[in-house]
Design a protein around this ligand. Structure first.
Ligand SMILES: [Zn+2]
Ligand SMILES: [Zn+2]
Length: 138
């Protein structure tokens, strides 16, 4: 399916083609620290379908703690939203791993699997039992 992405401030926009069956959650420690949250939701897209429509992301090269491979982490230089990761270096990319939270279609992209469970916060599978507010904290 066609997907449309935008960072929080709207400086970066992109589009790509994603397979909804490939959406996953990553609980690795790099995803926790780079999102400031408990996990990240990702979908890989073929490199030849990924197109930046506006803005140029800032790239941070991180040798990932869990796999040992250098990854280019792309985020907005203005608002800081993470938008994708890909292989480091120049030239065409085989794929981009897009952050589902920046996609207009995120409501249709429910995760199908969870990876790096060994790094997951122990409470993360229990959040259904927490008190719920329809809006912010009251
Ligand atoms: Zn932005
Ligand atoms: Zn991860």
């Amino acid at each position: 399916m066609k997907i449309h992405g935008s960072c929080m401030c709207g400086f970066l926009t992109f589009e790509a083609e994603a397979d909804p069956e490939k959406v996953s959650i990553c609980h690795c420690t790099d995803c926790q620290s780079s999102t400031g949250s408990a996990f990240r939701t990702n979908v890989p897209v073929p490199g030849n379908t990924f197109k930046m429509l506006s803005g140029t992301p800032t790239i941070y090269i991180k040798t990932t703690a869990d796999s040992g491979n250098p990854r280019a982490q792309a985020f907005c230089p203005r608002c800081g939203s993470p938008i994708y990761s890909t292989t480091s270096g120049d030239g065409p990319k085989a794929s981009y791993v897009v952050r589902v939270g920046v996609l207009r279609e995120r409501g249709e992209l429910a995760p199908k699997r969870q990876n790096w469970m060994r790094s997951a916060r122990p409470w993360v599978t229990e959040i259904g039992a927490l008190n719920r507010n329809e809006k912010g904290a009251t």
